[in-house]
Design a protein around this ligand. Structure first.
Ligand SMILES: Cc1cc2nc3c(=O)[nH]c(=O)nc-3n(C[C@H](O)[C@H](O)[C@H](O)COP(=O)(O)OP(=O)(O)OC[C@H]3O[C@@H](n4cnc5c(N)ncnc54)[C@H](O)[C@@H]3O)c2cc1C
Length: 466
């Protein structure tokens, strides 16, 4: 049995673990980084980046629908080489992965980077294969795993994003079960690439949209791209011909492949965490999101493993917080303010959520369709912008968007909320023409008129010169 003694053990070399390590290293504490699965982070390997690569290829190909009307001939002659689509995706993906590993884990020696799955043996020790690691503090950054119901795990033809990007060629037909961000992105991309896609979700919305008008326009738009069945769960079975049959109240359909995008479960459940004195509630540990500490223990969480804010930039922030606090004495620990929530689905049109979307009597809202010259030029006027402000303070609180280029507008809104901007402040910001931000400004102005109906347009839109 080998033994290792460190100040800080970081478990998981994904985004959260690597950001945590940067803070621990800076402090001069001794450390070890332990990694169970493949290196290179979920984001670069099987998450953010390969999904965006697939969407880009699909979007390029879908553009051909507009060629002939604009005098570009030959669109009929374009076709998809399904093997090359996936080969290109993987080659770009590999560049992103080596971009991460070449600067991090590839450079670490065996005393600092240990391969294997860690399990806790006490409050100050863990085991990785034959290695016993004793630590003063530990950071759990072990991520999450796609949910696959046990009764479906033996069915051939079922994929999750963990293995979908490894397929050699595109399937002829694909059922996407679960239409959150991941299912909707892959569903749109695959259907634009010529795969016969059908989407299913037991919820009555897409990508968690809350606003009724946005929900309706998104459902109508995506249902025109590929059939979507909402509000009902499905049953999956292996069909005799080797395909997968998907059953709902409307009947049974067979598919070459099924993508399960039902959500992800925290990996904390398989680490014997109870040996470290931590009890899980419904598979999650109770932690303070501003210090990332689990109750009064010497253990910190960061990233998807928390079950909260499962996006890359939050995993990075949480890594920094956990890394900082695991590197100082308990009395010197700091609470860090968390950022305005921001979520983007990279379908075309994008779907974005910003800030606080809880509704009560103190909220004033507007809902505006995308009426915008630049959106028309792009042939994508689907959707709308919904904004929420606090009636008393006039501060912007939250937003939901379904729009082309919503990814950029969502950032403007998130930065505005982060800076405590009021709707009155935002109305006075410059906007160029012709840009999508004109649609955003028109929604901000509508909200401004609701909050301060007595003001003239000049007073709304311009500061007075002193
Ligand atoms: C298809 C898809 C698309 C996505 N798109 C986006 C996007 O566009 N934008 C965005 O912000 N986010 C996106 N995400 C989410 C984002 O990828 C995650 O939030 C982020 O990668 C989480 O990082 P992490 O460090 O928590 O986990 P990971 O990167 O998963 O790292 C955890 C590591 O810990 C290892 N591990 C697990 N158990 C153990 C153990 N016991 N011992 C040692 N090691 C262990 C795992 O093998 C893993 O490598 C997407 C996710 C998916 C799946």
């Amino acid at each position: 049995v080998q033994k290792l003694e460190v100040d800080v053990a970081i478990i998981g070399s994904g985004t959260a673990g690597l950001y945590a390590l940067s803070e621990v290293k800076r402090s001069g504490k001794t450390w070890v980084l332990i990694q169970g699965g493949p290196v290179g982070t979920t984001c670069a390997r099987v998450g953010c980046m390969p999904s965006k690569l697939l969407l880009k290829t699909a979007d390029l190909y879908a553009e051909r629908a507009h060629f002939a009307a604009q005098g570009i001939n030959g669109a009929d002659g374009l076709s998809i080489d399904p093997v090359q689509v996936m080969t290109h995706l993987r080659s770009m993906r590999d560049q992103f992965v080596s971009g991460v590993t070449s600067k991090t884990t590839d450079r670490m020696d065996e005393d600092h980077f240990v391969r294997g799955f860690a399990k806790f043996t006490s409050t100050n020790s863990l085991k990785v294969n034959d290695l016993e690691v004793s630590f003063k503090k530990a950071i759990i950054a072990t991520g999450s795993t796609p949910i696959v119901p046990a009764s479906w795990s033996e069915i051939k033809g079922i994929y999750t994003t963990d293995n979908l990007f490894e397929i050699n060629s595109l399937p002829k037909s694909l059922a996407v079960v679960g239409l959150g961000a991941i299912g909707l992105e892959i569903g749109q991309a695959m259907s634009q690439l010529g795969v016969l896609v059908v989407g299913f979700d037991q919820a009555n919305t897409l990508a968690s949209l809350q606003d009724e008008s946005l929900k309706a326009s998104a459902i109508e738009y995506f249902n025109n791209l590929f059939p979507i069945h909402l509000g009902e769960s499905v049953e999956l079975e292996q069909a005799q011909d080797g395909s997968v049959s998907v059953k709902n109240s409307q009947g049974v359909q067979r598919f070459d492949a099924v993508l399960l995008s039902l959500g992800r479960r925290s990996n904390i459940g398989s680490m014997d965490i109870e040996n470290a004195g931590v009890e899980l509630t419904n598979g999650y540990a109770n932690f303070d999101p501003e210090s990332m500490q689990i109750a009064d223990t010497n253990i910190y969480l960061s990233g998807d493993v928390t079950g909260d804010r499962a996006v890359m930039h939050e995993a990075a922030d949480e890594g920094l917080i956990a890394g900082y606090n695991a590197s100082v004495d308990v009395l010197e620990q700091k609470a860090f303010k968390r950022k305005t929530p921001l979520g983007i689905v990279f379908t075309e049109p994008n779907i974005a959520r910003v800030g606080d979307l809880t509704m009560d009597d103190s909220v004033v809202s507007v809902s505006q369709p995308i009426v915008n010259g630049r959106a028309k030029v792009k042939k994508q006027s689907t959707g709308g912008i919904v904004l929420h402000a606090d009636a008393r303070t006039g501060k912007l609180r939250g937003a939901e968007l379904v729009s082309t280029e919503a990814e950029h507008m969502a950032h403007l809104l998130a930065w505005a909320i982060e800076q405590n901007s009021t709707v009155a402040d935002l109305q006075k910001m410059p906007v160029y023409h012709p840009v999508l931000e004109e649609a955003l400004m028109s929604a901000i102005e509508a909200l401004g008129r609701k909050l301060e109906p007595q003001l003239s347009t000049a007073e709304h839109k311009l500061h007075r010169a002193i």
